[in-house]
Design a protein around this ligand. Structure first.
Ligand code: NAP
Length: 221
């Protein structure tokens, strides 16, 4: 889309949960075998940027680097309207990989400066509330980025689907039922209400690898 390929990916239980109800997503990653980790890191190494929401940074404190295979670290991008990313977050450490925080005018100037002092690139979106994704894609394109992986969480995935910006979706389904009405699902947000709006997917590939069912879809926009 817009000259930038966008892939959305996620890891979920059979009942569609991406974390337990307490939102501790690290609990889920324990089900990932070394081979799965390598696969995920290979996908990371194949993109120019990884996008997550600040909800994922606050819940999981991810590193989002390529460690399990040889490969370059993509640019790590956090959608963070109020610049809430802690200065102590792993993603705020730019020694191993670069980080871009995309924020809005809601963020304090002091926090923006503190992030910049740590070597983090900060882009201020013109939108008043959530980061405008089309503007984000243009900003990434201007930085030479052509392929993006959106790793989560539920709200950010929804925004990309709602904005018709997703080209491909991969889902890793682990053989568990987790339950929990408050547990986040693969895609959150307001959701579509009618069959006309629901996103149509085309199954492109299906694999069963060490307990995980892996589905790849093309998205029909
Ligand atoms: N299993 C998996 O594959 C996986 C992967 C990642 C995360 N997770 C889990 O997902 C949960 C976090 O997901 P989440 O849905 O709560 O948070 P999220 O999607 O990571 O982040 C959402 C936040 O991002 C900010 N944001 C800024 N611009 C946005 C935009 N255009 N669209 C959407 N959000 C925007 C908003 O906060 P501001 O208004 O403050 O900017 C919003 O509340 C955690 O439990 C984590 O463990 C699971």
């Amino acid at each position: 889309m817009l000259g930038v390929e966008v892939i959305v990916g996620g890891f979920m239980s059979v009942d569609g949960k991406i974390a337990p109800a307490d939102r501790n997503g690290k609990e889920f990653t324990q089900f990932m075998m070394p081979r799965h980790k390598k696969m995920l890191h290979r996908i990371r190494a194949s993109v120019d940027a990884i996008v997550v929401g600040v909800g994922t940074v606050l819940a999981d404190d991810p590193t989002l680097t390529v460690r399990a295979v040889e490969g370059k670290n993509p640019l790590r991008v956090v959608l963070d309207s109020k610049a809430q990313t802690p200065l102590t977050a792993k993603i705020a450490d730019t020694d191993q990989a670069s980080t871009l925080i995309v924020t809005t005018r809601q963020a304090s100037k002091e926090k923006i400066q503190a992030l910049r002092n740590k070597g983090i690139d900060v882009f201020i979106s013109s939108s008043e509330k959530a980061v405008n994704l089309r503007e984000l894609i243009e900003a990434l394109k201007n930085r030479g980025i052509r392929r993006v992986l959106v790793e989560g969480g539920a709200e950010v995935r929804w925004s990309f689907f709602e904005s018709n910006l997703v080209d491909e979706l991969f889902v890793w389904i682990m053989p568990y039922v987790w339950g929990g009405r408050d547990a986040p699902t693969l895609v959150g947000g307001q959701g579509f209400l009618g069959t006309q709006e629901a996103k149509k997917l085309e199954l492109k590939n299906m694999e069963h690898i060490e307990g995980l069912l892996i589905l790849w879809f093309a998205v029909q926009n």
